[in-house]
Design a protein around this ligand. Structure first.
Ligand code: URP
Ligand code: ZN
Ligand code: ZN
Length: 471
């Protein structure tokens, strides 16, 4: 099978030019002006952008947690991703208490088998080094499983949180293996006290989710993780940075040349703390963690992505139903499942409000959504760019198309959309995964099971063709 994408504006993190892109089999084999080749399918991309398939480094599909399971499985979540122009994601495999890491990975592989429609890798979320997972096993994950990032939660005291010893020991292993340490940075102990006090005072509504997780608790934990990573000599990636208090320690660390990287998520640019304070429990839709912050933080985040203090924008897609899951917390905000949908709308939202409104360039958008996540998580140059030899993961993006974002038309199983009613200009039209057209307008063409698991290289190491596992 060969596909010729003709006359589009080819945009990578570095380039912007009009050309033809020829995909033979799974890879891009030629890029040039007026290519003289025959192809099984020709796509006219004149007036369109030709972008690399986007890479989402932070998702939670079919994740069981606190008695609920996220509503998108690998098929529905990845379908939503594909319609949004995301062709690769890295999902969190969560080590259950007492489980070895290979046991956890086996369970997560089982979730994607026969369902996957795009490519993915796994991070391992370390929750327990006392019973189950060992430091030795953790050290083997990059070579044996292609899992080159270790995630630790510094919050969620009732479930996923680790103590500083576990955090630090994992960092020491990462320093040896070259894996990237990822942290959810919030001070879980302080938050637990604030939440108990709020409930004791009768404050049960969704807004207390934000009021009991003040930005300082994120700033403190971010700084703690940065300093501990320095002592251990590990590379650190701070996930879902939401406020000035955590941007500042990341900026300082990077200014000093320390090995620190960080992302924010789409929702933090658009949804502020006031969304939690709505009648009829509506605020529960926006209960994710860290919580939506006071509006002034949004400008701080745009500045941080513009100036490379933050290198990636993920979705933290962790979708629940409003009716039937979020309502578990009607009488106690602590019981509202934490998370929101977003996998489908990242490119549309960042293109419209980032690029069209002049906050970032098209090249920077590609860098934040495709190239940097691919580099940091060992997927580059197979993923995250358009180059000869790269996978034929391509988005033909129509910059003129008007879309009203709505749960009525999205592909997630969630019954609400964080960006309901927002109008954007610009949307993916055709999406290719390894040379196969998987989205063609409204049509979805990928077969369940055709997505591939990717054994990733280490951060900033090249992912060579041979390291791709066979489907
Ligand atoms: O609320 C969120 N973000 N849920 C998913 C778990 C996490 O902290 O990333
Ligand atoms: Zn988190
Ligand atoms: Zn998350």
């Amino acid at each position: 099978m060969s596909v010729l994408i003709k006359g589009g504006r080819v945009i990578t993190a570095a380039d912007d030019y009009v050309a033809d892109v020829y995909v033979e089999g799974e890879r891009i084999s030629l890029i040039g002006e007026s290519l003289d080749v025959t192809a099984d399918r020709v796509i006219d991309a004149s007036g369109k952008y030709v972008l690399p398939g986007a890479v989402d480094p932070h998702t939670h599909l079919e994740m069981p947690w606190r008695g609920e399971t996220t509503i998108d499985d690998f098929e529905s979540g990845q379908t939503a991703a594909a319609f949004g122009g995301t062709t690769t994601h890295v999902d969190f495999c969560i080590q259950g208490k007492g489980q070895t890491f290979s046991e956890a990975l086996e369970i997560w592989h089982g979730k994607r088998e026969g369902k996957a429609v795009i490519d993915n890798g796994f991070h391992i979320a370390v929750t327990d080094l006392r019973e189950g997972g060992t430091l030795e096993e953790l050290a083997r994950l990059p070579e044996e499983h292609g899992v080159t990032s270790y995630k630790l939660f510094m919050a969620y005291k009732d479930s996923l949180m680790v103590d500083d010893e576990t955090l630090f020991r994992t960092m020491q292993v990462a320093a040896e293996t070259g894996a990237l340490v990822m942290v959810h940075a919030e001070n879980g102990d302080a938050i637990e006290v604030l939440m108990a006090e709020a409930i004791a005072a009768g404050n049960t509504a969704p807004i207390y989710h934000a009021l009991t997780r003040p930005p300082e608790t994120e700033g403190e934990a971010t700084n703690r993780a940065i300093q501990l990573a320095r002592v251990a000599g590990a590379a650190l990636y701070v996930v879902h940075v939401s406020c000035a208090e955590s941007v500042e320690p990341v900026a300082l660390a990077r200014d000093k040349g320390w090995n620190v990287w960080a992302e924010t998520c789409t929702q933090y640019f658009f949804i502020d703390q006031s969304f939690l304070d709505q009648p009829d429990f509506e605020g529960a839709k926006y209960v994710y963690t860290p919580p939506p912050r006071p509006k002034a933080n949004q400008e701080v985040l745009w500045n941080a992505v513009r100036t490379n203090v933050l290198q990636a924008i993920s979705t933290d897609h962790c979708a629940y139903l409003f009716d039937g899951q979020k309502d578990a917390g009607k009488d106690d905000f602590r019981q509202i499942p934490n998370g929101g949908p977003g996998l489908e709308n990242r490119l549309q939202m960042i293109h419209h409000f980032g690029v069209r409104e002049g906050r970032i360039s098209l090249n920077r958008m590609v860098e934040l959504l495709c190239t940097n996540p691919a580099k940091l998580f060992g997927l580059y140059p197979r993923k995250g760019t358009l180059a000869v030899g790269s996978d034929g993961d391509i988005v033909v993006f129509d910059p003129e198309k008007h879309v009203t974002i709505s749960a009525a038309t999205h592909h997630s199983r969630s019954d609400y959309n964080l960006y309901e009613g927002i109008e954007v200009q610009g949307s993916p039209e055709v999406v290719l995964l390894r040379g196969n057209v998987i989205v063609d307008g409204d049509q979805f063409l990928a077969k369940p099971g055709s997505g591939r698991f990717i054994k990733r290289a280490r951060p900033n190491e090249e992912l060579k063709p041979e390291t791709l596992a066979t489907a």
